[in-house]
Structures are given as structure tokens and as C-alpha cells.
Write a protein that binds this ligand. Structure first.
Ligand SMILES: Nc1ncnc2c1ncn2[C@@H]1O[C@H](COP(=O)(O)OP(=O)(O)O)[C@@H](O)[C@H]1O
Ligand SMILES: Cc1ncc(COP(=O)(O)O)c(N)n1
Length: 266
């Protein structure tokens, strides 16, 4: 049996709700074979990030080389890449192996407030990685950092999407989870804007929403979907996962990766 193959290059969340763990669960539920190249280990739970241990560059490089040269990759995503040398290495590897269908989730700060990207690395994300992206998926605070402008409205989100596209990404999805009211995501491909809207779900259990959303886009691209269709599936996937989110731990619980699959089987 053949199967679409997706690679996540990201950090480990020991709590299992975000990072590599969220990505691999999402790939599996969407019927895609998942592989990982860990960039960092975090000791993390629903209450926050308690430690960050970046991996040696050699370890990151060898993981990517190992899976690409043997198993092959139909689509890949990046998550937590906390330092300039890691961003530069990952960008060089993506170019060297011409890894297709790259989704860049510009992870900066965890829900609990811990910084997952050093300030000095913001520019490297813009100049080295975003130009390689088929899709880049900033949330509002990330889009503000990437553009240097405040975002208060859907119009501001559209303006940010245009500016981020100018950095070289093919499509920008500015996620509106941090704005009040409906959860509106803006998709911009340089030609037209699409608004993906869902009702806001009142829950604090949203740990890992961004990781899960970008992993779902990656899985659908790996299967050969076009970007707009992939983003629409991802929006449905994350809406299901949040509406059925899990009351685990004492803080921000994880979303429910199985909810979408269960709904589609019913
Ligand atoms: N409370 C919510 N109800 C419904 N959808 C949400 C909610 N919070 C986030 N989303 C959706 O989840 C996805 C991730 O968004 P966001 O939370 O902004 O990203 P991040 O986890 O990177 O901060 C987006 O599609 C967004 O619209
Ligand atoms: C290893 C790792 N990567 C990414 C996130 C961001 O996830 P979120 O902002 O959705 O909590 C995280 N908390 N941990």
C-alpha cells in the first residue's frame, strides 16, 4: 500500500498537546504517514513550559537527512525553531533536498507565555525560511512581530497578509484565534483574499491549536490537495478539535485530534 508522507521539523511537547506530538497525531488521523525531526525538547504540560533543551545542529541535520534520503517526503512543516543557527540549518536542508510543499508555522510564544523563539531569530525567520514556504501560518501576535504593526481588525489582518507575502511566501494564512468574536482566518495567495470563519468556541483548552492547524494543512498538501482546499480541511479539523477539546491537566488542556475523524466516520 502506498501512503502520503509528511515530515514535521519542530519541538517536542512532553504534554502531548502541541509540537511534534500534535503534528504526528494530526497526520495519523488524516491518513498520512508521519515522520519527525526534533529541534528541541521542552518539558511542558498544560500549565506551561518548564524547560527548553535545543538539540545539537548535527542531530537535527541527521534526522532530516535520514528520512528524506530513505522514506521520502511529500510535504513538510516547521514549528518551534528557536535560534538563528537552527533556522539557517533547516532552511539549508529544505533547499538541499528540495523538500516540496513546505508549511511554516512561525512559532514564537507558547500559550502560557514562554518564548519559543529568541528575539534575535525573528529576522532569520523572515529572510531564510518564509521565502521557502508554500504556506505560512502566523497567529495575530506573530503577524504583528513579522510586520511590526498592530493588528486590531480583519482589515489589519489582510494588510499583514500582504506584507508577509512580500517576504516571499506563496500563501499566507493569518489566524484570527486571538481576535474577539468569530474565529476568522484570512488566506491570501497574492491574487485574492478568502475569509474562513467559524463561531468562537468558549474554552480555555486550546493548547496546540496552531500546531494542529498547520499540521492538517501539511497532511492535505502531502495527499495532493491544492492550498485552498488543504486550508479549508484544516479549518474544519481544528474547529472539531477545539469543540471537543480535552479537560486534561490544570491549565490550557489540549485539543482533541480524534474529533474530526470520528465525525467523518459517523
Ligand atoms: N476559541 C476558538 N474557537 C474557534 N476557533 C478557534 C478558537 N481559537 C482558535 N481558533 C482557530 O484555531 C486555529 C489556530 O488559531 P490561533 O489560536 O490563532 O493560533 P495559535 O495556536 O498559533 O495561537 C485558527 O483556525 C483559529 O481560527
Ligand atoms: C514544542 C512546542 N511547539 C509549539 C508550541 C506552541 O503551541 P501553542 O501556541 O498552540 O500552545 C508549544 N507550546 N510547544
Amino acid at each position: 500500500m502506498t501512503i502520503a508522507r509528511a515530515l514535521t521539523i519542530a519541538g517536542s511537547d512532553s504534554g502531548g498537546g502541541a509540537g511534534i506530538q500534535a503534528d504526528l497525531k494530526t497526520f495519523t488521523v488524516l491518513g498520512v504517514y508521519g515522520m519527525s525531526a526534533l529541534t528541541a525538547i521542552t518539558s511542558q504540560n498544560t500549565l506551561g513550559v518548564h524547560g527548553i533543551y535545543n538539540l545539537p545542529l548535527e542531530a537535527i541535520e541527521k534526522q532530516i537527512d535520514a528520512v528524506v534520503t530513505d522514506i521520502g517526503v511529500d510535504a513538510a512543516k516547521t514549528g518551534m525553531l528557536s535560534q538563528v543557527p537552527i533556522i539557517e540549518l533547516v532552511a539549508a536542508k529544505i533547499r538541499q533536498h528540495t523538500i516540496p510543499n513546505l508549511v511554516v508555522d512561525p512559532v514564537m510564544v507558547a500559550k502560557g507565555g514562554a518564548r519559543l523563539l529568541e528575539d534575535s531569530a525573528q529576522q532569520a525567520l523572515i529572510t531564510k525560511l518564509i521565502p521557502l514556504a508554500k504556506v505560512v501560518t502566523p497567529n495575530l501576535p506573530e503577524a504583528e512581530v513579522l510586520t511590526g504593526r498592530e493588528i486590531r481588525s480583519v482589515e489589519d489582518m489582510k494588510d499583514a497578509a500582504k506584507r508577509i507575502l512580500d517576504y516571499g511566501a506563496q500563501t499566507v494564512v493569518v489566524k484570527g484565534g486571538h481576535l474577539a468574536g468569530d474565529a476568522i482566518d484570512i488566506v491570501y495567495d497574492g491574487q485574492m483574499f478568502e475569509e474562513l470563519r467559524s463561531a468562537r468556541i468558549e474554552t480555555r483548552h486550546t493548547h496546540g491549536t496552531g500546531c494542529t492547524f498547520s499540521a492538517a494543512i501539511t497532511a492535505e498538501l502531502a495527499k495532493g490537495k491544492n492550498v485552498m482546499d488543504a486550508v479549508k480541511v484544516a479549518k474544519e479539523f481544528i474547529t472539531c478539535a477545539i469543540s471537543d477539546s480535552l479537560e486534561l491537566g490544570g491549565g490550557h488542556g489540549p485539543t482533541n485530534h480524534w474529533a474530526y475523524g470520528r465525525r467523518n466516520q459517523a
